[in-house]
Write a protein that binds this ligand. Structure first.
Ligand SMILES: Nc1ncnc2c1ncn2[C@@H]1O[C@H](COP(=O)(O)OP(=O)(O)OP(=O)(O)O)[C@@H](O)[C@H]1O
Ligand SMILES: [Mg+2]
Length: 148
């Protein structure tokens, strides 16, 4: 993802945070994200769920795609579009690791008592759309969308 050097008034305001694949760094990412939602007056309960879903997706990249390889980069971007009074939050999570086969992502059955395998449930609960962009040549781009 090539960052634009100029941010003119006509371009959509996009937050972009690039950080090394280290689980601890999800903490400042979460803080920036929830603080953005607070500024945009997203109700607290909803912004909490969105932050949880976003960070579960990022942790999945660090854990499963990158296998905790701290030399790799994660880029998380988000923007809030406002069209005719309708608000939509779009979050993208970009990695440069092995391609994920979306059909291989299997959340565990919820009736099983295990302490892992809840991430995908939380991501899908938080967002209306959870999809991989198939057009990126290298790595993965996960797109999460929520109508607010
Ligand atoms: N980004 C990813 N790359 C590769 N595999 C993934 C990715 N995200 C999820 N998976 C696969 O889907 C499974 C389910 O993911 P999920 O987040 O629900 O559970 P988990 O990461 O194993 O545990 P938890 O998130 O509850 O700590 C993972 O165990 C993994 O096999
Ligand atoms: Mg997970």
């Amino acid at each position: 993802m090539k960052p634009k050097l100029e941010n003119n008034a006509n371009s959509k305001p996009v937050f972009s945070i690039k950080f090394p694949a280290i689980v601890e760094f999800v903490v400042p990412l979460r803080k920036a994200f929830i603080s953005f939602l607070e500024i945009k007056k997203v109700p607290h309960e909803l912004s909490y769920m969105l932050t949880l879903g976003m960070s579960e997706a990022v942790i999945n990249v660090i854990e499963h795609t990158y296998k905790f390889d701290a030399s790799k980069w994660v880029v998380v971007e988000w923007m809030l579009e406002e069209i005719e009074g309708e608000r939509e939050l779009v979050v993208t999570i970009r990695d440069f690791g092995k391609k994920v086969d979306p059909s291989s992502l299997t959340p565990r059955p919820l009736d099983k008592l295990e302490d892992h395998g809840l991430g995908l449930h939380l991501i899908k609960k938080a967002f209306d759309v959870v999809e991989f962009d198939q057009n990126v040549a290298e790595g993965n781009l996960l797109r999460l969308v929520k109508k607010l």
